[in-house]
Design a protein around this ligand. Structure first.
Ligand code: HPA
Ligand code: ZN
Length: 336
C-alpha cells in the first residue's frame, strides 16, 4: 500500500506495546518459553478477536501477555512493532507499557524496560525516535501501582512519562494522584486514558486530579460543552484511536466516529492505533481509514500529522525536523 496516509510522516502517541503482539509472535514466544496459550492455533486465537466492550478485550490482552517473559521477548516485541511502524511513516513513538501486568507474573521491571529500550535504541537506524510511558492499571489495587512506582521512580530517566489504563468505568483516577504528583515533580510527563467508555467526568478527573497533559481517547468529551471549551482553549491533545473505538463498541461503525466533530470543535486531535494487533491496523491504516471514511483532504491529513508531532514529548529539535518533513510531504502533493 502506498496511500497518502501511509507515507505521511507522523508520531504515534497511543500505542500499548503489548497490544502489538501479533498471533504469530505470540505462538513463537509461547514455544520459546514453554508457555501454554489457551488457543490451539493462530487461527483459533484470531477467531477470539471478537470484542463486545473494553473488558472483553482486556481479558484476552492480559492472557496473551503471559508469553512475554524475558528481556529478549520485550525487545523482540517492540522491534517487530517499530519495523512495521517505520514502514508506515511513523517517525516518533511513545510506547505505553503495562509494567504491573508483568511484575505481577514475576518478570523483573528492569527486564521489561531494558528490552523495550534495546528495541528503541536499535530503531534509530530506522529513523524512528521515541520513549516509554509507564501505565498504571486503574482497575488493580493502588498498592500494586505504588509497588511498581517505588522501583520506577529510582530511574525516572528511563521514562518519558506515566499513564493510566485498563478498565475505566468505576475506577476513578483520584487514587493515583499522589503517584502522579511525584512523577511530575521528577520531571516526567503525565497522560491518562479517559473518556473512552467513561463520561466527561473521567476526563475532568484526569486533568484536575492527575494533571494530565494529554488525554488518551477522550471521545466522550464531546458530551460536555464546557469540557470541550476547556480542552480547546488549553490545546490539550486527545489521542484518538478509531479502530479501537469500533472494535470495542464505543461507536457502532467508523462512520459514527466523533473524529470530524472533534476536529470541528477545534480540539487538538491525533490519530493512533491503541492495540493494533487486536484491532485490525496500525497508525497508517487508522489514518487511511478515517481519510477515506470522512473524505479528508491532504491538508487535513497534514494537520493530523502536525498535531501528532506538536502533542508529542519529543525534543523541540526533533519536533522541528518532523514538522519540516510533513511540510515537504505536503509540498509534494497536488493542490486541491
Ligand atoms: N483502554 C484501556 N486500557 C487499555 C487499552 C484501552 O484501549 N488498551 C490496552 N489497555
Ligand atoms: Zn489505550
Amino acid at each position: 500500500m502506498t496511500s497518502d496516509a501511509l507515507t505521511l510522516p507522523k508520531a504515534e502517541l497511543h500505542l500499548h506495546v503489548e497490544g502489538t503482539l501479533e498471533p504469530d509472535l505470540a505462538f513463537a514466544l509461547a514455544v520459546r518459553n514453554g508457555v501454554d496459550l489457551p488457543f490451539a492455533s493462530v487461527e483459533e486465537l484470531r477467531a477470539a478477536y471478537r470484542f463486545t466492550d473494553l473488558q472483553s478485550f482486556l481479558d484476552l490482552y492480559y492472557a496473551c501477555m503471559d508469553v512475554l517473559r524475558t528481556r529478549e521477548d520485550f525487545r523482540d516485541l517492540a522491534a517487530a512493532y517499530l519495523r512495521r511502524a517505520a514502514a508506515e511513516g511513523v517517525r516518533h513513538v511513545e510506547l505505553f507499557f503495562d509494567a504491573q501486568a508483568h511484575t505481577a507474573r514475576g518478570v523483573p521491571y528492569a527486564d521489561v524496560i531494558g528490552g523495550l529500550q534495546d528495541a528503541l535504541d536499535a530503531a534509530a537506524h530506522l529513523g524512528v525516535t521515541g520513549g516509554l510511558i509507564l501505565c498504571f492499571l486503574r482497575d488493580a489495587p493502588v498498592e500494586e501501582a505504588e509497588e511498581v512506582w517505588a522501583e520506577a521512580r529510582t530511574r525516572p530517566e528511563a521514562l518519558l512519562g506515566v499513564g493510566l489504563d485498563s478498565a475505566e468505568v468505576g475506577n476513578p483516577a483520584g487514587r493515583f494522584a499522589p503517584i502522579y504528583a511525584e512523577a511530575r515533580a521528577l520531571g516526567l510527563h503525565a497522560v491518562a486514558h479517559a473518556g473512552e467508555e467513561g463520561g466527561p467526568e473521567y476526563v475532568w478527573d484526569a486533568l484536575r486530579e492527575l494533571g494530565a497533559e494529554r488525554i488518551d481517547h477522550g471521545i466522550r468529551s464531546l458530551e460536555d460543552p464546557e469540557l470541550v471549551r476547556h480542552l480547546a482553549e488549553h490545546g490539550i491533545p486527545l489521542t484518538v484511536c478509531p479502530f479501537s473505538n469500533v472494535r470495542l463498541r464505543a461507536v457502532d461503525r467508523l462512520a459514527d466516529h466523533p473524529l470530524p466533530a472533534m476536529l470541528a470543535a477545534g480540539l487538538h486531535v491525533t490519530v493512533n492505533s491503541d492495540d493494533p494487533a487486536y484491532f485490525g491496523g496500525y497508525a497508517g491504516e487508522n489514518l487511511e481509514a478515517v481519510a477515506e471514511e470522512f473524505g479528508l483532504s491532504a491538508a487535513e491529513l497534514g494537520l493530523l500529522a502536525r498535531n501528532s508531532v506538536t502533542a508529542s514529548f519529543a525534543s523541540a529539535e526533533r519536533k522541528g525536523e518532523l514538522l519540516a518533513e510533513i511540510e515537504r510531504w505536503e509540498g509534494a502533493r497536488p493542490r486541491e
